[in-house]
Design a protein around this ligand. Structure first.
Ligand code: FAD
Length: 408
């Protein structure tokens, strides 16, 4: 089989690349090893920064209709279980099994071909240039020749490893899990709750990202409950992810309040998500790497889908130019790192700054909350604006709010 471009992985990143490539007139094949629709353990949040791409794909209305919740406020509960609330631009929580499939089907409307149950095993490399993939489709060996490959096979990417460009930053490795429950108490429709590491952990640690979240789905009929902690802090607790979650349910005021009558519909499942503060090498001649395959998620703030989709869109504007120029040099492909970096680095940096300046420890977090509570208009302060204002005015540090940042 011969195609101009093969995209490996039909998650949000790969499907977006396939959509825009086909729209640009490229003959593209999108493959995925799973049978679709496939599920993914996730907080299921699709942020407003994605809406322009949903509009392009003609799936905005379908995504809205599929939403299990439109959170519009955020409650941040600090380690002493005191809280502050903020307004947010409403976003969509759509179970990934449904949301990712809408995106994948959106990709096909622009003319991309799709094959499921197709596991890419290795890249075909000729004279230092990637020229397709070998894999197994429905138990048969298949080879697809291509002028270029988009690698979007998700975290721990086997293909990026084959290329020797897979990298992990120990500072940004997250363990995260999610469960669906019914019988969760004390939720409010449209309110997303983030609970930070409680002060009373048996082996104290403080992780500058929320430890657990609770979000009401389907008008509070069920809840999405999750846990997120960086690998290094999880080690400090001496607990497993499941053990830590269970401890939170039983030993914190809010955990007990929310969970004492709760019954799991789907038990906690988790995975290890490498993220980063900056886009690292994401190319070799003939191939570009996007999304979790290049650890482009901002591991603390659920921006994995935007990072992956923006990477896919950039890949689709870059590759047609390569195909028409026939320039498959190292130098040409190195432009891809700059192009994706220009889009994603300001947002990654902003989030990292937010974490380093405000969420870094209990004291600055409390300072932020107390400041917010004293502002005119509280609790209807816009979260992002408050972060910027507090950092510049109170901490005297500059935190850049870039137009390109991937927060809301
Ligand atoms: C618990 C948890 C909660 C999260 N919550 C959020 C959230 O609320 N919002 C958010 O934006 N992000 C969230 N994330 C991050 C988000 O899930 C990822 O960043 C996002 O899925 C990245 O998209 P992707 O397209 O790069 O990869 P994926 O979505 O992982 O897609 C990769 C695809 O490649 C396929 N594949 C893999 N290997 C092969 C192969 N060899 N051949 C063919 N196909 C292959 C897989 O089947 C898969 O469909 C969360 C992560 C965790 C762990």
């Amino acid at each position: 089989m011969k195609k101009q471009v093969v995209v490996v992985g039909a998650g949000p990143g790969g499907s977006t690349a396939a959509f825009y490539l086909a729209k640009a007139g490229v003959d593209v094949l999108l493959i995925d090893r799973e049978t679709w629709p496939r599920d993914k353990v996730c907080g299921d949040s699709y942020l407003p920064s994605l809406y322009p791409m949903f509009e392009d794909m003609g799936i905005m209305e379908e995504m809205k209709a599929a939403a299990a919740c439109n959170p519009k406020s955020l409650r941040i509960i600090d380690p002493d279980e005191e809280y502050a609330e903020f307004d947010l631009q409403p976003w969509l929580i759509v179970p990934r099994r449904i949301g990712d499939d809408i995106i994948r089907r959106g990709a096909l409307t622009s003319g991309a071909d799709f094959m499921e149950n197709f596991q890419a095993e290795e890249l075909i490399i000729r004279r230092g240039v990637v020229r397709g993939i070998r894999g197994i489709h429905n138990n048969r060996d298949v080879e697809v020749e291509a002028d270029a490959v988009v690698i979007a096979d998700g975290s721990h990417s086997a293909l990026a490893r084959q290329l020797g460009i897979y990298k992990e930053d120990p500072e940004y490795i997250l363990y995260a899990g999610r469960a669906y429950y019914d019988g969760v108490e004390g939720m409010e429709d449209g309110r997303f709750e983030e609970f930070y590491t409680p002060s009373n952990l048996p082996k104290p640690t403080y992780s500058p990202i929320c430890l657990t979240w609770v979000a009401p789905l389907y008008q509070g009929k069920i809840a999405s409950v999750g846990i997120t902690i960086a690998e290094k802090y999880l080690r400090e607790t001496g607990m497993t992810l499941e053990g830590l979650f269970q401890w939170w349910c039983e030993n914190t005021k809010f955990g007990r309040e929310r969970m004492h009558n709760a019954r799991p519909i789907e038990k906690l499942k988790g995975w290890r998500l490498p993220g980063s503060r900056k886009i690292e090498r994401n190319y070799v001649p003939g191939a570009v790497v996007i999304g979790d395959a290049v650890s482009s998620a901002e591991a603390a703030f659920e921006y994995g889908i935007p990072s992956a989709m923006i990477g896919g869109k950039v890949a689709a504007s870059f590759l047609p130019e390569v195909l028409s120029s026939g320039d498959f040099s190292e130098k040409k492909f190195s432009e891809f790192q700059t192009l994706v970096g220009d889009e994603l680095n300001p947002g990654l940096e902003y989030n990292a700054n937010f974490r380093d300046n405000i969420l870094a420890n209990k004291e600055t977090m409390k300072q932020f909350q107390n400041w917010a509570k004293g502002q005119p208009g509280y609790p209807h302060l816009v979260y992002d604006d408050s972060v910027v204002k507090f950092t510049t005015q109170v901490l005297n540090k500059e935190i850049v709010k870039s137009d390109k940042k991937i927060t809301q």
